[in-house]
Design a protein around this ligand. Structure first.
Ligand code: FES
Ligand SMILES: [Fe+2]
Length: 402
């Protein structure tokens, strides 16, 4: 086979709209390096919920590709984020995934940083060593209705539009007052874009997710869908949920702003929430009065998605581990006053999206293998892959940016 000698710009320009990406977007190390700068670092990524680190010194570590962030509640009670890289000779400082501490001690030579990122102690350094200028490097961190977002870039896109427009739909489900009832990481043997692309489309749902397909109506269109939506919208109002649609997703995002979207779709009749039998698995969220039988899709940026039922929220974050592997973080959130064992059971709560994500892990890894073949050629999208088409267009637009 002839070697593809096109430059990255030529490769982007030769993309056929409405088709999958060419092989090199999944396999070329130069593209992988460039997309971290141009696509990932400019964006914000969901790194958890404020309730995970309620007290000063509570922390969690969040990794994306080769970067690692320490997210910590500082001494002033605000959430801060630091690059998890020692200012001495560059060791990873914090090896625990989460915890509570007064000091972060580097495991290599023992430099100690306080919870505000300042270098507090370093042994045997020369007299002219300036501790004050050797604190941990600060990362951008912000919150959207209780959700923590981190950026690894110097000049991330603005989150202001998302904060403003998501405030109302997120308030309906009490996002500020949620807690993480369960969390799981799924290692996916495929380039990160294949993981996000798979989340974007439900063309595969009927085939790959029989349990999901029983209750979710995303693959239904036409009159049947209108009927289902109509019924749920009436119920939504009486449950205290307003009908709002927001779409600044992907290519539509205003200049300098992160893209975001919100909408609610009906579940099939008889399903009150996304659970094995469709029965509630946790107390009603926010100020909801009843189960409306709907599911809200939230997207903020190109990596983070949330699905709100009437009684729980599921968060999904897709990030690269390396060029051929990605990770999906899944959070199951319930109201913060719900008690495990009494108000919810973790196995019941997590059942649907655990089986669904396990199935996705397999189909995405198969996709990841196939796109590396010499016989792979980008095929055309179906009518049901419109969001993926938009995602691919957005990705290429971001990648082409200087
Ligand atoms: S690398 Fe951290 S103390 Fe030396
Ligand atoms: Fe799926």
């Amino acid at each position: 086979m002839q070697q593809d000698t096109r430059t990255i710009d030529e490769l982007i320009a030769s993309h056929v709209p409405g088709h999958a990406l060419e092989q090199r977007f999944y396999t070329d190390p130069e593209i992988y390096r460039l997309e971290f700068e141009r696509v990932i670092a400019r964006n914000w990524v969901l790194a958890g919920h404020c309730s995970e680190i309620p007290e000063p010194g509570d922390f969690k570590v969040f990794n994306v590709a080769l970067e690692s962030a320490i997210i910590v509640r500082g001494s002033d009670g605000t959430i801060k984020a630091f690059a998890n890289v020692c200012r001495h000779r560059g060791s990873i400082v914090c090896l625990e995934a989460n915890g509570s501490t007064r000091k972060f001690t580097c495991p290599y030579h023992g430099w100690m940083y306080d919870i505000d990122g300042n270098l507090a102690a370093a042994r045997n350094m020369p007299d002219d060593f300036d501790k004050a200028s050797h604190g941990l490097n600060k990362l951008s961190v912000d919150t959207v209705s209780g959700l923590i977002f981190v950026s690894f870039g110097e000049e991330p896109l603005s989150l202001e539009g998302a904060k403003r427009d998501m405030a109302e739909p997120m308030a309906m489900f009490g996002f500020e007052d949620l807690k993480v009832a369960a969390y799981k990481e799924y290692d996916i043997g495929a380039n990160w874009k294949l993981s996000v692309e798979n989340y974007q489309e439900c063309y595969h749902c009927a085939h790959a997710h029989p349990d999901y397909a029983k209750m979710h109506t995303l693959m239904v269109d036409g009159k049947k869908r209108d009927r289902l939506q109509h019924h749920m919208i009436d119920k939504m109002e009486s449950c205290g949920i307003h009908k709002i649609e927001i779409d600044f997703g992907d290519t539509k995002s205003p200049a300098g702003e992160i893209g975001y979207s919100y909408s609610r779709t009906a579940l099939f009749e008889g399903y009150q929430t996304g659970s094995k039998e469709g029965k509630p698995v946790a107390p009603l969220l926010g100020a909801l009065k009843n189960y409306d039988g709907g599911a809200s899709d939230f997207a903020i940026g190109g990596f983070s998605y949330l699905l709100a039922y009437s009684d729980h929220v599921v968060g999904y974050v897709f990030t690269p581990v390396n060029i051929g592997n990605s990770r999906c973080d899944v959070y199951w959130l319930v109201r913060d006053d719900a008690e495990e064992g009494k108000d919810y059971d973790v196995d019941e709560l997590t059942w649907l999206w655990d089986v669904t994500t396990e199935a996705d892990k397999t189909i995405i890894a198969n996709n990841g293998k196939g796109v590396q073949s010499r016989f792979y050629r980008p095929g055309p999208f179906s009518n049901m892959e419109e969001p993926e088409r938009r995602y691919v267009a957005w990705f290429l637009q971001e990648l082409a940016r200087e």
